[in-house]
Design a protein around this ligand. Structure first.
Ligand SMILES: *Cc1c(COP(=O)(O)O)cnc(C)c1O
Length: 352
């Protein structure tokens, strides 16, 4: 039986994407070859990566001043790669510290240059998003994490600033309407809301490059090198990009980002309503900063934990345990998760 998969990442994709991807492993487009054995420079794969790039631009509603790259190394490599390309030798970058991933980005950027943490929610174990901070207009960029996967908080809006905004959108990309043209650089590991693990998407404004004064950066770290080779500086993660294309096509066929946002709001509302209504459960984060993607909560009566854990597992639910650093529960409601799965979870909670 297919499970209700609330896993935080790698995570659920639409069933029809799994179906088509598995067919392509045997025979890709009737070519008599598997997607796993064709050259990345073949006409068929070049068409795949070009369509994926075009769909990202279409979904983001951005123009030719942006480049779309499919890279490897995860969002984690971007923590180091982006300061190499955007942080000038004598300049500084401003960072917002909203959780484990944000502080990981800070730690790596500090190895490259001057970093200023302008606000942090560490004082309350990252259960809220800091609001009143100022971004120094002399900063090379402002870095934030739109959705804090581990804690379950999400930025509801982004600051108005003349400084380029750089954002880690790994866990809420394409889940809600965002004015993407306000950003200088957006990156996301594919394995949460776009596709399988193995590829990372980077969308960046070309005009930001070439200003750091850093002459000799390793080729693989250089966005310009990847742009020149159209994401084929070396062998790209072919299967991950292909499966991501299938998912992007699914998203467009199902009403695009706006329709996805409506579905995601309905799912999150259903679950938060039960958490707030049921005295056995308690949300972990400030209500106004709650994430639509990762819903974190705890059980208030530990003696009922074992029975609750058995009940959701028996109902066919997977991946509900919180991150090991936070504990409790975390339900990830990514685009592909149907509301029926959330209803199954809510019914189990109601039975307690
Ligand atoms: C999962 C996650 C990461 C790490 O992604 P990798 O691709 O595993 O490096 C970084 N940032 C956020 C917000 C995430 O959710």
């Amino acid at each position: 039986m297919k499970k209700h998969n609330f896993s935080a990442g790698p995570s659920i994709l639409p069933q029809e994407v799994f179906q088509k991807a598995s067919e392509a492993v045997i025979d890709f487009n009737g070519s008599g070859l598997s997607i796993l054995e064709i050259s990345h420079r073949s006409k068929d794969f070049v068409a795949v990566i070009e369509e994926a790039r075009a769909l990202v631009k279409q979904l983001m509603n951005i123009g030719d001043d942006y480049e779309v790259l499919f890279l490897q190394g995860g969002a984690s490599l971007q923590f180091a790669m982006l300061p190499y390309n955007l942080l000038s030798i004598n300049g500084k970058a401003s960072y917002l510290d909203t959780g484990t991933w944000a502080s990981g980005a800070i730690k790596e950027a500090k190895k490259v240059g001057n970093v200023e943490v302008i606000a942090s929610s560490k004082d309350k174990n990252y259960t809220y998003i800091p609001k009143n901070y100022t971004i120094d207009s002399s900063s090379d960029y402002f870095h934030c994490t739109s959705n804090n996967t581990i804690y379950g908080t999400q930025m509801k809006d982004f600051p108005e600033t003349s400084v380029p905004i750089v954002c880690d959108m790994s866990s809420d990309i394409f889940s809600r309407k965002v004015d993407f043209s306000k950003f200088g650089l957006i990156y996301a590991g594919m394995q949460k809301n776009i596709g399988p693990a193995g590829a990372t998407m980077v969308v960046l404004k070309k005009e930001l490059l070439g200003k750091t004064g850093r002459g000799n950066i390793p080729t693989y770290f250089d966005y310009q090198a990847h742009i020149s080779k159209e994401s084929m500086l070396n062998t790209p993660p072919v299967f991950s990009i292909y499966t991501s294309l299938l998912n992007l096509q699914w998203l467009v066929r199902n009403g695009g980002i706006e329709a996805a946002e409506q579905r995601n709001r309905a799912k999150a509302y259903l679950l938060y309503e039960e958490i707030d209504r049921n005295p056995l459960f308690e949300g972990l984060c400030e209500k106004e900063d709650r994430s639509l993607m990762n819903v974190s909560f705890t059980i208030t009566d530990e003696t009922k934990k074992e029975a609750f854990d058995n009940a959701w597992k028996e109902a066919g639910i997977n991946g509900l345990n919180g991150h090991r650093s936070v504990g409790g529960y975390r339900a990830s409601l990514y685009n592909a998760l149907p509301i029926e799965s959330v209803q199954v979870l809510v019914d189990v909670m109601k039975s307690f």
